[in-house]
Ligand binder design. Sequence first.
Ligand code: GTP
Ligand code: NA
Ligand code: MG
Length: 293
Amino acid sequence: EEDNPDDLTDRAPIVTIMGHVDHGKTSLLDYIRDANVTAGEAGGITQHIGAYDVETKDGKRIAFLDTPGHEAFTAMRARGAKITDVAIIVVAADDNVMPQTKEAINHAQVAEVPIVIAINKIDKPAANADKIREELANLNILVEDWGGKYQCQEVSAKTGQGIDELLEKVLLEAELLELKANADKKGLGTVVEASLDKGRGYLATLMVQSGKMKIGDVVLAGPHYGKVKAMFDHRGNRLQEVGPSTPVQMLGLDGAPQAGDRFNVMESEREAREIANKREQILREQSVRTKKH
Ligand code: GTP
Ligand code: NA
Ligand code: MG
């Protein structure tokens, strides 16, 4: 279904952080999430979920995908999910550009996702940001402060130094993309993760990419479907309706879809059930075939 350009509105960027092991991906995500708590939310218990969104000090929204690494990014891409608008590549200033740094850069480039470099751990006495800039230049990643095209920011996920500036650079990169979505049609997007929550049923973290989704809507997600019983943000606040570039936890599916599965808000429960059953049948047949070989 084609979107009429008149129906499109601006949407927030969806950002993934990638980089070598221990270079500070999780620390950076944690710092950003905890430092950008909007008024009234302070004190809320933060659960770990696979996606969250923040409002920056300038009042701009950014959604983050908290994938365990670029394996997840690649797995999602392999399943046809284009879910990231900007990739932050984190490199520890007291280490080197490492094999996984190169892989992460490669993955972003293959996916044609713009890159912003974060030189992390700048608080450490052994930090040498220029050495990192040089190693990046040797990979044809020439940073802006050296006359290249890649935005780069020295940061510390420990002290918070440079992180506001990093987010500004991400937003600048995102502005160039002129990200738009139709906010009025039925919601669709990608499954980030899903699991069985004892007592509450299947809990799916979804990234809404366009359209809207509200309580009572029928959702089809991979081979599963169900009515939206409840929705929460990453702080556990209940949500009634969500729009584009919004990560949300949803209760109501009849099973756990896989990361990277697409989801859609459907016209009718009957249609959702039929498609879900067909998909389940196909998956069953595939698994029987795999077992025979
Ligand atoms: P994996 O998920 O295992 O690949 O690691 P990661 O990239 O998520 O790194 P993580 O955030 O777990 O950080 C690794 C270690 O570096 C932890 O001990 C952090 O406390 C530390 N660390 C991360 N960022 C900084 C920083 O800016 N400064 C300092 N001093 N330590 C940091
Ligand atoms: Na680690
Ligand atoms: Mg980590």
